[in-house]
Design a protein around this ligand. Structure first.
Ligand SMILES: Cc1cc2nc3c(=O)[nH]c(=O)nc-3n(C[C@H](O)[C@H](O)[C@H](O)COP(=O)(O)O)c2cc1C
Length: 235
């Protein structure tokens, strides 16, 4: 099946145009509270550690494995780790873009270490006001335009596998569609600036460019934690 993510027609629906021209409609879902609480808690802990200048060996809440389809490959299932984060609702995108831009601008003459509290503060401000976050979608940046990128262009269906730290190993599979966005798109601007706030911190590999980004539209979720609910559909 060769498909194209075509348009978002209604507030809670994503339309996929199939090769034969037919449109398949999928209902969007908001990520459930259990996932949001888990994500926000791990991110809060991470910021506390960043502020203490701890060594950050991994950041599981931010680094799911993305599975895409490569029907022409010898093995059609393809995976890659991709850094992800929440996105604001459309009506708040410009406000946060401005907040992040101003923070970077205001602190550009400070050392990276000196500007850390200001950078963490604006990011935490975003995570703290849940009403302004669009829990129907996640954001990514593409660095390499490799196989994952080409798979998404051919077929935007994708699954994200998140696994948190032990001994709880909270784990979720999120199914949905990845929509490519270029540098003119406000979601791209938001994700790009969020990355710029921490681009030079030691837990990131500094990248020369981000040729595009993705909005990942959420349709289903399964709990994959190795406990009572293993494999159960959450939404
Ligand atoms: C910890 C970690 C974080 C990564 N973050 C990203 C990312 O945010 N964006 C990206 O395009 N690639 C990222 N990568 C690289 C991808 O996993 C993968 O190497 C890249 O997509 C090229 O592989 P592909 O040709 O199969 O797509 C990351 C890899 C690791 C191990």
């Amino acid at each position: 099946m060769n498909t194209n993510l075509n348009v978002i027609t209604l507030e809670n629906e994503v339309d996929i145009r199939l090769e034969d021209g037919n449109i398949k409609k999928y209902r969007l879902q908001e990520l459930p509270f259990e996932f949001i609480d888990w994500q926000l808690e791990l991110r809060k802990t991470m910021f506390q550690r960043i502020m203490k200048q701890d060594f950050i060996p991994s950041f599981q809440a931010h680094l799911p494995v993305m599975a895409t389809l490569n029907p022409n490959g010898r093995f059609p299932i393809h995976t890659a780790t991709k850094g992800t984060g929440f996105l604001p609702k459309d009506e708040f995108l410009k406000e946060y873009i401005e907040l992040f831009q101003n923070c970077l601008e205001k602190n550009k003459h400070k050392t990276w270490k000196e500007s850390l509290p200001a950078r963490v503060e604006v990011m935490q401000e975003f995570y703290q006001i849940r009403e302004k976050i669009d829990f129907r979608r996640l954001g990514f940046l593409e660095i390499f335009k490799g196989r994952t990128y080409h798979n998404i262009l051919a077929n935007p269906s994708a699954a994200l596998q998140f696994t948190g730290p032990g001994p709880r190993y909270t784990s979720y599979q999120v199914n949905g569609f990845a929509q490519e966005v270029n540098s003119q798109n406000l979601c791209y601007r938001f994700i790009y600036l969020a990355r710029q706030l921490f681009e030079h911190d030691s837990f990131h590999i500094q990248q020369p460019q981000y040729p595009c980004g993705y909005i990942f539209w959420v349709c289903e979720m399964y709990n994959k934690s190795p406990r009572g609910h293993a494999g159960k559909r959450v939404m």
